[in-house]
Write a protein that binds this ligand. Structure first.
Ligand code: NAP
Ligand code: MG
Length: 478
């Protein structure tokens, strides 16, 4: 394979003006916390402190929920849908106008390659606002009854892997219905949500319609502990999701959970192989594998396993790991030291339990948190690396002989978020899709997202759907 040398091609940081400290966004203004403290957010690629951010306590949660409640009753719900839609269109257009700034900030705070934040996270975030803006004046025709009412006030807790995109997934459908929001971003990635707050100010979104409370797990817990929210929407770990479900059991608060996954990416012998190789790489190495629907288990038909693995290793040798702001970077930094420790520990368990570990030779920067793209072969279904979500750039490879065996192995997991099928036969795709217990099944592609398409899980991957017409239902009192 031809190899080309690359010159550094860093995106300029000058487009982002970081403040030294950030307050909470409550009732349309940035304010100091009443009873919280502050914390630093860093760039995981360099460990440089980017900014000091306010940590919201229970008193701040109280203020934010009160602001959201008042805005919902007095301004947002009574407003005609067409008018609400105009605000959402305006937000979508400003996201597009400020796309470079958002992409650079996201890559700085999260560690993901600029190529991904620029081409995936930011355009998809804008697309979600555009899509739900279009629904705001058509709710009567959405199939939820003649005049569905907004649910009310939603508490929304999001993770660090797609900070801006997860904010858009949560906020856009809620706002379209006339509901209002209190959003809690993850501790390690608060900055793009705060820039989104500035965008809401720029769009003159009425105060209180969206409130953003930066903080840690305790801030999220304080939000859930209030019994006066109409809805809690959570994306994150299965462990915290279960705790939230226990907390809300027996209350009138509606809940949706989008949790982890251990998806099978299934390659049949008749698949277009070079396309499948790209799909396997995109499935597990996109966003350093910090993806709940990542194709972290490759199931490859035995007859082609050797050829697929050779081609895959060859392809991994061309991936570039390093500076997230470099436009040629494929693999960025691991989001935090804590997440890196978890990946290191699980990878070590793979070796201990007898799987064979392989990584391309690749230079690891001295500072920051990094993990090379890694493949495990000879993986047995009982091993931890075949069962537990690693949430890192680590692929576990298993083989199968028949379609039945592929289905059985793919479904041999406590999760059920996504799956991928690679074959040239349409009938086989449909046969497999009928049998795979996963919320999303991709055929001859992977990790493809669209605002019109519902997304969500089965079993320990959670419940409820985000995206599409289905995503509206979560925020309607229908
Ligand atoms: P996490 O603890 O579940 O965090 C998700 C969000 O919940 C964050 O905003 C977090 O705040 C908040 N939170 C933490 N404890 C809470 C509580 N008791 N009540 C309410 N909210 C709470 O996930 P994580 O620790 O970042 O990641 C751990 C594992 O979760 C990963 O290794 C991965 O397996 C999985 N994960 C899945 C997804 C997904 O998209 N499904 C995303 C991220 C992680 P802080 O960030 O401030 O703690
Ligand atoms: Mg950070």
């Amino acid at each position: 394979m031809a190899r080309f040398e690359y010159a550094p091609a860093p995106e300029s940081r000058a487009v982002v003006s970081l403040r030294s400290s950030y307050g909470l966004f409550i009732d349309g203004a940035f304010v100091e916390p009443v009873d919280g403290g502050s914390f630093n957010t860093i760039s995981p690629a360099t460990e440089e402190v980017l900014a000091e951010v306010a940590l919201a306590g229970a008193g701040d949660v109280e203020r934010a929920v009160a602001a959201a409640r008042r805005a919902q009753r007095e301004v947002w719900a009574p407003m005609p849908g067409a008018e609400r839609g105009k605000y959402l269109f305006r937000v979508a257009r400003i996201i597009q106008e400020r796309a470079r700034e958002l992409a650079v900030l996201e890559s700085l705070d999260n560690g993901k390659p600029i190529r991904e934040s620029r081409d995936v996270d930011v355009p998809l975030a804008a697309a979600h606002f555009f899509y739900y803006a279009g629904w705001a004046d058509k709710l009567d025709y959405a199939g939820f009854g003649p005049a569905p009412r907004p649910l009310g006030v939603a508490g929304q807790i999001i993770p660090w892997n797609f900070p801006l995109l997860m904010a858009a997934w949560k906020l856009a459908p809620a706002l379209a219905t006339g509901s209002t929001c209190v959003l809690k971003p993850a501790e390690t990635t608060p900055l793009s949500a705060l820039l989104l707050a500035e965008i809401f100010q720029q769009a003159e979104l009425p105060p209180g319609v969206v409130n953003i409370l930066t903080g840690d797990g305790a801030t999220g817990a304080a939000l859930v502990a209030r019994r006066d929210l109409d809805k809690v929407a959570f994306t994150g770990s299965t462990e915290v999701g279960k705790a939230i479900q226990r907390e809300l059991a027996g209350t009138r608060t509606r809940l949706s959970l989008e949790l982890g996954g251990k998806a099978a990416n299934i390659v049949f012998e008749d698949a277009p192989l070079s396309q499948a190789i790209e799909g396997i790489v995109n499935g597990i190495f996109f966003n350093q594998g910090h993806v709940c629907c990542a194709g972290s288990r490759l199931l490859v038909q035995e007859s082609v396993a050797e050829g697929v693995l050779d081609a895959l290793k060859e392809r991994l040798g061309t991936l570039r790991l390093g500076d997230p702001l470099d436009k040629n970077t494929d693999i960025g930094a691991i989001n935090s030291g804590r997440q890196l420790d978890k990946i290191v520990e699980l990878a070590a368990s793979g070796e201990r339990e007898g799987a064979e570990r392989w990584s391309p030779s690749c230079a690891i920067p001295e500072r920051g948190y990094w993990f090379p793209p890694t493949i495990f072969t000879g993986v047995a279904p009982s091993q931890r690396i075949a069962r537990e979500e690693i949430f890192g750039p680590v692929l576990s490879v298993l083989t199968f002989r028949t379609p039945d065996e592929a289905v059985q192995k793919a479904n041999n997991t406590t999760y059920g978020l996504s799956a991928g099928v690679w074959t040239e036969k349409g009938s086989r795709i449909l046969w497999m899709a009928d049998r795979l217990r996963a919320g999303v099944v991709w055929a001859n592609t992977f990790n493809r997202f669209d605002p019109t398409s519902p997304f969500g899980g089965y079993r320990e991957s959670g419940f409820g759907r985000e995206g599409g017409r289905h995503g509206l239902e979560e925020y309607l009192d229908a």
